[in-house]
Ligand binder design. Structure first.
Ligand SMILES: Cc1ncc(COP(=O)(O)O)c(C=O)c1O
Length: 311
């Protein structure tokens, strides 16, 4: 159905798209119960976050983020001429604020650890930020959390200024090639929302596909979400019986380390058995691997490869 809407929309590519993406923004506004003016559609969450970094920071400024987290954040800071400042966890954000801090990035649920902050924790971090500091919560993986309402953190945009929530169609919708994401802010964030909106908008094919995905994608999104939650629970329970340490995950992966084996070594032992996991080194911790949660047969294959790898 999404393909069909792209096929139909191809007849419109000889003209500029609606640069304000009125239709998509209206649909998103209804879904999240906010005014359409509080939403910006962009070419992926990554582009919107990079645009925010460029708009909010300059040379000498600092971007604060708990680490390990999504690798784009330090790059975003560097592109803006600013310095990324990693902190050990979200609880350490307040103490790490300096005169140069301009932006705090929270990935929630966090990539690669799967840890999750509840809305009241995000609100309390926001409450402690000085006026010159903006907070962005990257909710690319929000559909995989079952700790609270889907829009619990997004609801904070109703009241908090200098606060944006960013979402994507790349993850649970599986539409990363379309490059579509959006930011939601408060009425007081109008200037930043304006600054990060793509100058000539998002292309017509993407707008048509997203429109359709929002109209008919609900049941499929729910099916994928339930499948991930079920397999994640099964995987985490099974890991509990092995000589590994895995923190509870609210994402579609599990961040795990095995005693006395490096992440690289474990990843190669699993690869030799045909199971691919991401070594943790490039993601921020050498001793970890990130295991993506897939369907039931994949969990079975992973677990049996893991028993062998640890034997
Ligand atoms: C946490 C996180 N944020 C943002 C993105 C990028 O999203 P998009 O494809 O919408 O740019 C990703 C994709 O890998 C991600 O994992």
């Amino acid at each position: 159905m999404v393909n069909a809407s792209i096929f139909t929309a191809r007849g419109r590519v000889n003209g500029y798209p609606d640069r304000h993406a009125e239709g998509v923004r209206r649909a998103l506004a209804e879904r999240h119960e906010v005014e359409p003016e509080r939403i910006v559609l962009g070419n992926g969450a990554a582009e919107l976050m990079q645009a925010a970094a460029l708009a909010l920071m300059g040379a000498g400024d600092e971007l604060l983020t708990p680490w390990p987290s999504y690798p784009l954040y330090p790059l975003m800071a560097a592109r803006a001429g600013a310095t990324p400042v990693p902190v050990a966890s979200a609880e350490h954000v307040g103490a790490a604020i300096t005169d140069r801090t301009r932006l705090v990035m929270l990935c929630n649920p966090n990539d690669p650890t799967g840890s999750h902050l509840r809305a009241e924790q995000v609100a309390s971090i926001a409450a402690d930020l000085p006026e010159r500091v903006h907070l962005i919560v990257d909710e690319a993986l929000v559909h995989f959390q079952d700790a609270e309402e889907l829009d619990a953190v997004l609801r904070l945009t109703d009241a908090l200024p200098r606060f944006l929530v960013v979402r994507t169609f790349s993850k649970i919708y599986g539409l990363s090639g379309l490059r579509a994401g959006y930011a939601v802010g408060s009425t007081a964030s109008a200037t930043v929302l304006d600054a990060i909106s793509p100058v000539l908008g998002v292309n017509a094919l993407t707008q048509a596909a997203i429109d359709q995905a929002l109209k008919i994608g609900g049941p499929e999104v729910e099916r994928r979400r339930i499948a991930v939650l079920r397999e994640r629970a099964r995987l985490q329970k099974a890991l509990g019986g092995l000589a590994v340490h895995a923190i509870p995950s609210q994402a579609n992966f599990v961040w795990m380390r095995a005693h006395s084996i490096t992440g690289d070594d474990l990843a190669s032992r699993l690869r030799r058995q045909g199971v691919i996991v991401a070594p943790g080194g490039p993601l921020g911790a050498d001793d970890h691997v990130r295991i993506t949660v897939r369907d039931a047969p994949a969990t079975d294959r992973l677990l049996s490869a893991l028993y062998n790898a640890l034997a």
